[in-house]
Design a protein around this ligand. Structure first.
Ligand code: SAM
Length: 219
């Protein structure tokens, strides 16, 4: 089975389950046009984030790593009228593209993009009122820092999702190392002893290969 088979598999399932949303397609198109890297979540994963937010009844969502706002729009679409999403992005250029995509989706009044290093921005955020859901998908070396900050900002029963924790099984391969892999390992090592959360890995395969989400519940 090749990556093309998995892309086809994703498309097949999506064709039954995910109606076309012009704003979602626009975000992909504009991100490509502005030369942003093709590293957003897949359509099926975006829909999963959307369903999760709705299942939780999330009113306040935190995102770390905006890129062109693709996952932001999936999550923003899940918010009720009085809901809000704060998304953190280090790149001014990415944030600008994201803001255009978010506006095109009609979500400007529900979404705030904060530009700067997430570790710094997170320190300025208050847990009153708390967030219900956090999606962490920025530089992987920051995973543990972002996770700890998200945990501080979340309500009990809140959920933290961390993207790219499987990385084609390289995270589990002791013979391989890079800063992304080490960022995931540091988080896993921490979670072994963290009694304030309970977590599991959702390993996934699709058009962007073999990877997975970490799903953590704040106790
Ligand atoms: N969540 C997006 C989606 O699925 O559509 C994809 C995010 S992309 C994988 C990671 C983003 O994190 C990039 O836009 C990058 O500029 C940003 N980033 C990298 N380091 C960061 C940092 N220290 N603070 C905030 N954002 C950072």
């Amino acid at each position: 089975t090749t990556i093309h088979d998995w892309a086809r598999s994703d498309e097949y399932h999506n064709s039954f389950l995910i109606p076309k949303d012009p704003a979602i397609d626009y975000a992909i198109h504009k991100s490509k046009e502005h030369g942003l890297p093709d590293i957003s979540v897949t359509e099926a994963q975006g829909k999963l984030l959307n369903l999760l937010a709705r299942s939780l009844g999330a009113k306040r969502i935190l995102e770390v790593g905006t890129l062109g706002g693709y996952s932001t729009i999936w999550l923003g679409r899940a918010l009720p009228e009085d809901g809000h999403l704060t998304t953190l992005e280090i790149s001014e250029a990415h944030a600008k593209v994201a803001e255009g995509n978010i506006a095109n989706a009609g979500l400007t009044n529900k979404v705030t993009v904060k530009v700067g290093p997430a570790a710094e921005t997170l320190k300025t955020l208050s847990p009153n009122p708390p967030f219900d859901l956090a999606f962490i998908d920025a530089d992987k070396s920051g995973n543990l820092t972002y996770f700890l900050e998200a945990k501080r900002l979340l309500s009990k029963g809140g959920v933290i999702i961390v993207d790219n924790v499987v990385r084609n099984a390289t995270v589990a391969d002791p013979g391989v190392s890079d800063e992304n892999i080490e960022g995931v390992r540091a988080l896993l090592e921490h979670l072994k002893a963290d009694k304030e959360v309970d977590a599991t890995t959702i390993a996934t395969v699709g058009g962007k290969g073999y990877d997975g989400f970490l799903y953590a519940l704040k106790l």
